[in-house]
Design a protein around this ligand. Structure first.
Ligand SMILES: Cc1cc2nc3c(=O)[nH]c(=O)nc-3n(C[C@H](O)[C@H](O)[C@H](O)COP(=O)(O)O)c2cc1C
Length: 215
């Protein structure tokens, strides 16, 4: 099994899979990696459908701009974000867990202020649709945990992001309006490992030079 930094370096988008099945253990480990991801206020909005059925994979391929590797992969995760995770009832539950698990004592600033916490808890139920961006952002974290776990276990994946046709996936799987498809993730053993793809340089991603090295 690769280390995290090895998995990050070895990861490539894989667009051709062998037909060998993906062991159940790998599927479980990927889901476990998602489950353990961090999320704002520990809301954990990620939800998954594990697709192995040939007809369902063929349909996903068609919906996702006819990308053949989606159908070819032995397993496809449909990764969704659920805004009901942001209801006030669940805010209270998560908040109680923060108390029970001693997290509250580690919080800082306004989050450590009991009056501020009480104010948040007293808010009426929000329009859940306003939480779609947060739910999607948090789900992205969980998905990348899954990707790196797959790589570490010798498998390949390719993110297939929201392509403007999520509504068709929602309808196909009968998802409620509180759920949004974030990505489709085919998984399988790669037919070959391509060389690394180019990246912009460190200086291009730094908005200002690094601080001088400390002595
Ligand atoms: C959110 C997201 C959506 C993507 N959607 C697709 C896709 O629909 N089809 C595809 O072939 N690759 C897709 N990719 C893969 C990117 O093209 C790929 O990550 C990028 O070119 C860098 O290559 P690498 O992943 O091999 O390093 C997606 C990647 C991300 C993160």
């Amino acid at each position: 099994m690769l280390t995290v930094s090895e998995a990050i370096r070895e990861r490539r988008s894989i667009r051709s899979f062998r037909s060998d099945p993906v062991p159940d253990e790998v599927i479980h480990q990927m889901l476990e990696a998602a489950r353990l991801a961090p999320s704002g206020s520990n809301r954990q909005p990620w939800r998954f459908i594990v697709v192995t059925d040939a007809t369902e994979k063929a349909r996903l391929r068609k919906i996702c701009l006819d990308q053949a590797f989606i159908e070819e992969a032995p397993v496809v995760f449909v990764c969704c974000a659920d805004v009901t995770a942001y209801s006030q009832a669940l805010r209270k539950k998560r908040s109680q867990e923060f108390i029970d698990y001693g997290v509250t004592e580690t919080l800082s600033g306004r989050f450590a202020d009991p009056a501020f916490q009480a104010l948040l808890l007293a808010e009426p139920d929000p329009d859940l649709r306003t939480f779609f961006p947060a739910a999607v952002a948090n789900t992205y974290i969980a998905i990348e945990h899954m990707v790196l776990t797959a790589i570490a276990l010798g498998l390949g994946t390719c993110w297939v992001g929201a392509l403007g046709n999520e509504g068709e996936i929602d309808a196909f799987f009968g998802l409620p309006t509180t759920m949004v498809v974030v990505a489709v993730l085919p998984v399988g053993y790669p037919t070959m490992i391509p060389p690394p793809r180019p990246r912009i340089s460190l200086s291009e991603i730094l908005l200002r030079p690094l601080p001088a090295p400390s002595r």
